[in-house]
Design a protein around this ligand. Sequence first.
Ligand code: ADP
Length: 497
Amino acid sequence: MPHYILSLDQGTTSSRAIIFDHAGRQLSTAQSEFPQGYPQPGWVEHNPEAIWDSQITVARQALAQAGVTAADLAAIGITNQRETTLIWDRTTGAPIHNAVVWQDRRTAEMCSRLKAEGFEATVRSKTGLVLDPYFSGTKVAWLLDHVAGARARAEAGELAFGTVDTFLIWRLTGGALHVTDVTNASRTLLFNIHTLSWDAEILEKLNIPAAILPEVKPSGAVYGETAGDIFGAPVPIAGAAGDQQAATFGQACYAPGLTKNTYGTGCFMLMNTGAEPVPSPSGLLTTVGWQVGGQAAAYALEGSVFIAGAAVQWLRDELKIIHSAPEVEALAGSVADTGGVYMVPAFVGLGAPYWDPFARGTIVGLTRGAGRAHIARATLESIAYQSRDVLAAMEQDSGIKLPALRVDGGAAVNDLLMQFQADILGVPVQRPRVNETTALGAAYLAGLATGFWESVDEIAAQWQIDKEYEPQMSEDRREALYAGWRRAVERARGWEA
Ligand code: ADP
């Protein structure tokens, strides 16, 4: 009986591999960064071979470190940077171009044109997304338009499109499988989240031949086995999910209303909304949460904050008032409050629920006594305020009142920030013992599909709180502070003409 699950976590800046045991504990971790390509302003590319090489290398390292062989593995689960787009030759496996990364804005004009043609309502109702270069669909169209001969080869069935999960599974199986999971599919702009199938109308509008698309599978399901030479013996590949969905699964948000927020460069908040997709008048994304085996899919509302931990990096790298990110906590904690100072880190505009690309960062409420500690504190608090903005939109759209917020990510270790988050939301904030929720979620999906774990109830019991932050602020103070934040946001909006 194999004892472990290997989780592959292919992220935007690094590839990681973690081995988990039956109790959900980590046996070993390996990580490797790979280069980012910026061929033009606004363009971001990855070399597909660097993605593959780094991922397979860390997988083998994690196995070696733990003294685990392929025969000890019950399954492999995959989680990945979402939306990043690859196309390769079905015969040789060779990519026709670098991967076009989710951050890449090269299709902005295409998106504007489609919007002007009135196509956004169709996209929004069918895919739950918005017409933005972020998603894969227009990136596929761009590649077919700009790589010589690509469209004809795609139409002849010679090319394969995939997000990073699909590419890794193709390589792991020696080209035997061309599949994706419902969560990754739901980020392509080409996938109907109601019928869980590729959408003929959108494909036609974007001029993308269906022959290029992978087969869509549940997030937890045995897709196939690794080719024998990859790890020495075949291992079942039994799960895949986009990183944010995997983190939500790893946070055991299995009941409607359960919500997780990841505090990294930005914040990603996902709320489980149950078996039906919930449309969002507030401008959040509606997306597939996961699907395990033949069960119904779970849906989620997703909202993101563009600048969160990145604002702490700004304090460190530009203002130079701290030397390292963790130092922000002591500096912010050296004053009892911000003294009325608000910092709005709208460095790249504001996302949900404001959707204001013209907003810019601002600091308001400065008085003669305001110093670096107040600014540091205001910066930390801005992360919590922005998360409240997103959560308020979620509660409004879903009609679900949040019982507690589950948190993870690099900045979730900051006690001052987490306590302020609980205070400003008025709900408890819970940080679990396992902070590697993304990799754990992929492991859980693969383990459920192979019977390594029996049920979500069994794995939900593994989710344990490291620390819980109870709201301690009075309702009056909470609402007064939040009202100040909303006024500060108004000062930041519409700045860039
Ligand atoms: P990502 O996955 O987006 O790279 P991580 O989850 O690794 O992000 O978190 C890194 C981010 O967290 C950085 O933006 C950093 O500024 C921030 N960060 C790290 N430690 C702290 C801390 N103690 N307090 C506040 N922010 C922190």
